[in-house]
Design a protein around this ligand. Structure first.
Ligand code: GLN
Length: 296
């Protein structure tokens, strides 16, 4: 009887590839080895993760293995999975991401939730014009456009970030119309330009803390989207001071903050004398994350 042929690596199945890669990731200190192995292989095969499980015995072609190896190499080099895949889910939409923009974070969905909640409490009048200041991938404006039908202005100082926003507007625009503006905060707008909703996830990390960020963030994400100057409030301060002039009476302002910036940000908003009902909301991990208020 013929000896059962040993399975050599030319017959690698999906299961073999996942087991080997998860193990390799684990040995190299990747925090979620199995998940990353699965997500990257689904990317190579253009299938969802469940399909991997229902096709465990399917052999990989040499070409698929070569593409998988290339992605594994990038992950071992510390690159975040979202950049390797070129996409990230946010508010049930899929955003194109690359190194020109910050990867949308789950905690930023809290900004969207707060906006939705406060607009609903206010009643039927929907904002006609909204501004996303420092839009990056466009995640905030586009998520909000799933429930607000408005003219949305996506503003970023970085042309590369706006190019990514443009891709995402084409893919994800639901309601309303979208305008991309390359500018430092409100500098491109005429003084009579008025918005009913201004949202932002500005750079707010203290400059001195940048070097201590996790390597995936520090070495790959755009520092301009993170660097909030010496006290982390450099952009937030300018944004809050400029906002009252561009926000309609009864308009809503909502911004993401770092968990230890709540008091400082609320003080900055009080100092303008232009806001009422200033609220602090926490993200799903319980950290103070969003400050919002109505324009008087
Ligand atoms: N939350 C980001 C981080 O993980 C910072 C985002 C920002 O500065 N807006 O570091």
């Amino acid at each position: 009887m013929m000896a059962r042929k040993m399975r050599d690596t030319t017959q690698w199945t999906i299961m073999d590839a996942l087991n080997w890669t998860a193990d390799y990731f684990r040995k190299n200190g990747i925090p979620t080895p199995r998940l990353d192995a699965e997500v990257l292989l689904s990317e190579v095969l253009s299938v969802d993760r469940i399909t991997l499980y229902t096709h465990f015995d399917q052999p990989l072609t040499e070409e698929e293995r070569a593409r998988y190896r290339a992605l594994i190499k990038r992950r071992i080099g510390g690159e975040p999975v979202s950049y390797i895949r070129g996409k990230k889910e946010f508010w049930s939409l899929t955003f194109h991401v690359d190194r020109r923009v910050l990867i949308p974070r789950p905690e930023t969905e809290t900004v969207v939730e707060v906006v939705k909640k406060r607009l609903e409490e206010k009643g039927p009048a929907s904002p006609r014009a909204l501004a996303d200041m420092g839009c990056g991938s466009g995640a905030l404006a586009l998520a909000i456009s799933t429930f607000v039908n408005a003219r949305a202005y996506l503003v970023d100082i970085d042309p590369g970030a706006l190019a990514v926003s443009a891709i995402n507007c084409r893919r994800n625009a639901e309601n309303g119309s979208f305008f991309l503006v390359c500018a430092d905060l409100f500098s491109a707008f005429r003084p009579d330009r008025i918005f009913d909703l201004i949202v932002s996830n500005p750079p707010y990390v203290r400059r001195g803390d940048l070097a201590g960020l996790p390597a995936g963030i520090r070495d790959f994400e755009p520092v301009r989207a993170l660097d909030g100057g010496d006290d982390g409030l450099k952009v937030l301060r300018r944004l809050i001071e400029a906002c009252p002039a561009y926000l309609s009476s009864g308009g809503l302002f909502a911004t993401e903050i770092a968990p230890d910036q709540d008091e400082a940000v609320i003080a900055l908003m009080n100092r303008t004398g232009a806001f009422h009902d200033i609220c602090l909301d926490r993200d799903l991990s319980g950290h103070p994350r969003v400050v919002s208020a109505w324009r008087n």
